[in-house]
Design a protein around this ligand. Sequence first.
Ligand SMILES: Nc1ncnc2c1ncn2[C@@H]1O[C@H](COP(=O)(O)OP(=O)(O)OP(=O)(O)O)[C@@H](O)[C@H]1O
Ligand SMILES: [Mg+2]
Length: 112
Amino acid sequence: MKLIIAIIKPFKLEEAKEALSQLGIQGMTVTEVKGFGRQKGHTEIYRGSEYTVDFLPKIKLEIVLPDDRVEATTAAIVRTAKTGKIGDGKVFIFHVEEAVRIRTEERGAQAV
Ligand SMILES: Nc1ncnc2c1ncn2[C@@H]1O[C@H](COP(=O)(O)OP(=O)(O)OP(=O)(O)O)[C@@H](O)[C@H]1O
Ligand SMILES: [Mg+2]
């Protein structure tokens, strides 16, 4: 199993969700977050030297899924979340050790 964490622009959430639903994704967690990338939201020069870093609103998607679904899922997120402009976001992929469905106590791939 893998965990995909994707940070995307908020207005892309519906489109991404739609594409993921069509891929048969069984579950995901969505959180409103704030962050910055290389442009640091935007940078202001203040009195010649000081600057402020602004956090911009983003959406974080967390999806745990079998290894063989990672590539198609990542591709769907990239395809739907991309505008080609700065701030489109990132996809991070992690190994998942274990999962438990609390209701049934199923474990591993059966639980996701
Ligand atoms: N290295 C990172 N670690 C954790 N979160 C990150 C990282 N880089 C980006 N993010 C998250 O993704 C959001 C969007 O990042 P963004 O797409 O602006 O990255 P970037 O590297 O600046 O790329 P671009 O040049 O296309 O803007 C950030 O607001 C932040 O929430
Ligand atoms: Mg950026």
